[in-house]
Design a protein around this ligand. Sequence first.
Ligand code: FES
Ligand SMILES: [Fe+2]
Length: 355
Amino acid sequence: MHPLKVDQPYPFEQWWVAAFADEVKEDILGRKILGEEVILYRPEGGAVVALSGICPHRAFPLAKGCIKGAKVQCGYHGFEFDSDGKCVSVPNQKGVPTNSDLKSYPVVERAGLVWIWTGKAENADPDLIPDLDEVGLCDGWAWEQSPPIKVPGRFTLLIDNLLDLGHASFIHTDTIPGSEAVAMLPVSIIENGRTLNAQRIAEGFPSTNYKKFQFPEYEGEFDEHFDAEYYGPCLIRTGGASHKAGTGVYLGTQNFLHFITPETPYSCHYFVISARDFQVDNKALSQAMIDIGDQIAPQDVAAIGAIEQVLQTSDTLPREVSARADTSALKVRHLLESQIRREISARGTEEVPAS
Ligand code: FES
Ligand SMILES: [Fe+2]
């Protein structure tokens, strides 16, 4: 499926972010993930569980049901399911029909995020979640999360977008100070076996109001990293370190963590957290980061939505051409295709796994 050269739209044997942890309460949160309706809730306020969100009786969406203690009750004819997804009661009869259980998804709560495993449960190794300490979701850093966004485009378009930050020079000129110059910076690709980082370094970058706000005690120019680092289809880190120009003196790192989860083959969920290791107690700076994110994200969402519309409404597309700046995105497409192909060959069929 475009732009990948495999039909399966996304990898299933993968951890994805289902929600911010504070979105999930005792009540039901319904969310479509990789084409499947999922319900998330905290039985009696405890750890998050994730169950398939369609009632096996007559396909009523369980997101419209209700919680009874630790159980989910379907809102149509009252079948009840425990927090493992087991059907435990059907009105007006003893016992329950066979095959009436819900699928239960492996879930891990980490760094304020609810991670869901969409592949075979026996493969759900929490060590496969990207190292969140490494990107700044750890002690000693300040983090701010933005409201979750639904992107009307396939998740690969968002990955393409984030891996070529040169687009900032064209669609974010009014929201990212200094972004006009980003597209002209040379890109180095750094691969370490776990991640792929498309790195631009601006040397002697002039200060802006934004930089003055971040580092008020420094008045000179900056050597600034514009990283776009792929940790897998679920996470891309952008941003990076700032140094005093020409000296190597470290000032601090501002990361933007982009957690991406396919919703359907043609849309995705987008969870953004910004994390910094300087001025960690500065609440005004934290609010400014949220405000900047609120201005930037809709510009990307609009661009991706416009492309998705073209992909869905054009009978023929011009043959895709790529520029030098697309090298990292093309490498990542290749990584993603290989991941999906490995999954298909381990499964022994091209068919998408049934829930
Ligand atoms: S559809 Fe759920 S109980 Fe009937
Ligand atoms: Fe962008």
